[in-house]
Design a protein around this ligand. Sequence first.
Ligand code: MET
Length: 394
Amino acid sequence: TVQHLSCLVLLGTTLWGCSQSQGTSSAGNSASELPIGVALALTGNASLYGQESLNGIKVAETRFNAQKLTTPPIRMVIQDTGSDEAGAVNAFQTLINQANVLGIIGPTLSQQAFSADPIAERAGVPVVAPSNTAVGIPEIGLFISRVSAPVSVVAPAAIKAALKLNPQLKRVAVFYAQDDAFSRSETEIFQKTLKAQGLEIVTVQKGQTTDTDFQSQVSNALRLNPDLVVISGLAADGGNLIRQLRELNYKGLIIGGNGVNTVNLFPVCRAACDGVLVAQAYSPENPSPTNQTFRQAFEAQLQQVPSQFSAQAYTAAQVLVESLNALGKTNDLATMPRGELRQKLNQQLLQGTYDTPLGEIKFTPNGDVIQRQFYVGQIQMNPDGNSGKFALLQ
Ligand code: MET
């Protein structure tokens, strides 16, 4: 059956009143669009990332359809997962069973992926994660891959950059959100790297992603006179923690992890965000023609500079679309049975090499991204204390 799911496309709409398909489209029943599922945290505390990812998806859909890369054209079917596991599981089930998607881009948090990805794996639906960075994501299954380089590859760069700025660093206070899989994974890598670099971890303080008050953890840590603070959390808790460190007079360097790599942090820690170091898997300054063309298209459509989360989501879409394009050379995508197309799409995407805004990428047989270029940014807040940017460290 041909699908009529335009009611799913718009953010905030519900499924009520949609005419839903029966699941499989079979030969002889030609599809007029190729539906790609997008399951992102568009509400809740992880929406600071999910909204940036959605921007990358919007630009991808516009560009790839204008370039007529697939026949029939792709259609992004967007589902809000909220910021918890249950929401991600629901979104995956809806995308797989009702929207009958070819593949899924999402979910936003690793914490959600560990619950939702097994559903796609069992259904044989390829998942390309745009922002999951915890160790162990591609290992969830054969159909699970990611374009977001893991914490083990990205996080150490920030510590090396801090030591370059101040070779005298010795005493480190580590903070992390203990209710979040990515934060637990990242702090493990940070702590391993700190020790390997000969630094002393004087305390490890724990919080929750839903916390906003860190006075007791900050006081405990500052009594031990750290000269470096390393934080793994999400933007709201991380931003509040950074602000309270400065309010309680901490003057040393701060490293934030993947969770602080968003301009949406700035309204939380405001002037206190200034100087925070963060390792990044994307820079809008990457001079490659592919990135500069992407950046121009992004700025023209959305009037802002693309962030890491936007570039990674765009890249996830690019991987799926270029793989569909390759399959379309020898197959009729409109009539191929959905199960077969999902299987072929997964095989194809793992084989390819992609020239993306993140640089040239490909995948390990397991589905982890192989990427070469990484960056370290340092937050520079403007005198107004509201706006700022990530300045590239050389
Ligand atoms: N990288 C995070 C994760 O894997 C998501 C975005 S930044 C906190 O959960």
